[in-house]
Design a protein around this ligand. Structure first.
Ligand code: HEM
Length: 462
């Protein structure tokens, strides 16, 4: 087992005991991680009860399986999430339920089949090569915050693979800034809604800012999609082999209908958000972990050289990079970008001899399950080799992409992209942490570092 004698990957120290409601509210307004306490990481099931909210946190693997796989209809996605994301995503697959979700998933599935994922490899690689050239800069050492760079490259990849369009750096800045505002205000709105704080308390409400940020992002996406949509409606021939054209061609098997413009815009906004924010978060954490563990970084460097030498990468080579794949898997264990999944209970039921009332909320949190003391040896340590033997991973305890019917549609896409980006960075640079830097881990829509990720890229001499 690898260990790091000087640094343990940082995570916010939990409270010793369950905190008072008022204290929790003010701490959690910044980040839901701040409301966790020590027992959250060892309990099987916990409950938060307050006026208007009855919430059960489920860590026990067979119950997690029940909620996400066996009884997915009885535990649909929580409507609060749909309401929170609506200004940006409209009625997109990430938050819909029932027949509406089924229709959307069937229409999106072909866009994410393996053949299409390997087909988009070239488009991904173009964006990653540009990232590399940009990061090389003019000096042999580049001191930088890697977080915006990971956000930019993953957003650029989504633009190229979904829309066949390069993401202009100016548009990127507008989108990224709008999205930061959206995330911050959404976290506040979530807390306000859960704690039943009325909206007229203006100093707590950023609803207008939130709606404007969502609209700004949708306007940029709409301006790209509109001409393609109109062209396809006009002559019905696909004009590109990207994911947008497969969406524009997709038909509902029952009605024979295509997606409307608004529906396409909702799905593209969702793919843009789900497809870059999650990957950017995980890749930023991966560079942090690599910087803490230079010996693992060296092993990964030799793996890349053995498999690809100095050649340009191809999709097949990436599949053989076992250590880099495991580094990414372990990153997703320690810093799962989607830290919790919120579901609603539609029927009274029992779990661990406790009644779970109809209408209560049920939360499955990879953040807790991935660090649970009973399921993982050295739960807070970074040990990519634990994934070399998949049998050693307890059943239903590793779920960065979710499980069951609502499992992430983009997981293969994300894995291919991540291994490509990490292999490119590792072959080109030694990654070090800037002296004294400690990331400020926050849980918003995704798990991020509030103060960025200050690293040094030292160019390797091959
Ligand atoms: C490291 C990167 C990623 C992570 C960790 C991740 C994680 C997740 C998780 C946990 C869910 C399920 C949430 C739940 O059950 O409540 C999900 C759903 C989804 N993800 Fe990802 N995702 C990633 C990348 C992507 C990419 C690249 C795309 C598309 C390009 C994508 C598209 C989606 C979609 C469409 C759904 C909704 C599926 C449905 O409800 O049917 N994700 N993702």
């Amino acid at each position: 087992m690898s260990s790091c004698p000087f640094h343990q990957p940082f995570f916010p120290p939990p409270l010793k005991n369950k905190a008072s409601l008022l204290f929790t509210f003010f701490r959690k307004r910044r980040s839901w991680l701040d409301g966790l306490y020590e027992r959250s990481y060892s309990m099987k099931m916990g409950r938060v009860k307050m006026p208007g909210l009855d919430l059960h946190v489920i860590n026990q693997p067979d119950l997690v399986h029940r909620i996400l796989v066996d009884e997915v209809k009885e535990f649909p996605k929580n409507q609060l999430l749909g309401h929170l994301l609506e200004p940006l995503l409209g009625e997109s697959i990430f938050t819909t339920n029932g027949e509406q979700w089924k229709r959307q998933r069937e229409m999106l599935n072909p866009s994410f089949e393996m053949t299409r994922i390997s087909h988009v490899f070239g488009l991904m690689n173009d964006a990653v090569q540009e990232m590399k050239d940009h990061l090389r800069g003019d000096n042999t050492e580049n001191h930088l915050d890697i977080d915006p760079e990971m956000t930019y490259v993953t957003a650029d990849i989504i633009f190229r693979t979904i829309l066949s369009s390069r993401l202009d750096r100016n548009d990127a800045v507008k989108i990224i800034e709008a999205f930061v505002t959206f995330q911050e205000e959404t976290a506040r709105t979530a807390m306000r809604t859960m704690f039943k704080i009325p909206e007229w308390l203006w100093f707590l409400s950023g609803e207008n800012k939130r709606i404007k940020a969502g609209n700004d992002i949708r306007d940029i996406l709409a301006s790209i999609i509109r001409p393609r949509y109109d062209a396809i409606i006009a002559d019905d021939t696909p004009n590109n082999k990207d994911i947008l054209s497969s969406l524009l061609q997709a038909v509902d098997v029952d009605s024979g209908e295509k997606f409307s413009f608004e529906e396409i815009l909702d799905q593209v906004a969702m793919l843009f958000l789900a497809g870059h924010e999650t990957s950017a978060s995980a890749l930023t954490w991966a560079t942090y972990l690599l910087s803490l563990y230079p010996e693992i970084q060296e092993r990964a460097y030799h793996e890349v050289l053995n498999i690809a030498g100095e050649d340009e990468f191809n999709a097949d080579q990436l599949k053989h990079m076992e250590l880099i794949t495991n580094i990414f898997k372990e990153t997703l264990r320690l810093y799962p970008p989607v830290g919790f999944f919120a579901r609603e209970n539609t029927q009274e039921t029992t779990m661990r001899d406790k009644t779970i009332a109809k209408g209560s909320s049920v939360v499955v949190a990879p953040w807790l399950i991935h660090r649970h003391k009973e399921f993982w040896e050295n739960p807070n340590g970074f040990d990519p080799d634990r994934f070399s033997d998949p049998k050693s991973i307890h059943k239903d305890t590793y779920l960065p992409f979710g499980m069951g019917a609502r499992i992430c549609i983009g997981s293969s896409f994300a894995m291919q992209e991540a291994v490509l980006i990490l292999a490119t960075l590792i072959r080109e640079f030694k990654i070090e942490l800037q002296e004294g830097f400690v990331p400020d881990v926050v849980g918003r829509l995704t798990v991020r570092s509030a103060n960025g990720m200050k690293i040094i890229l030292k160019r390797r001499t091959h």
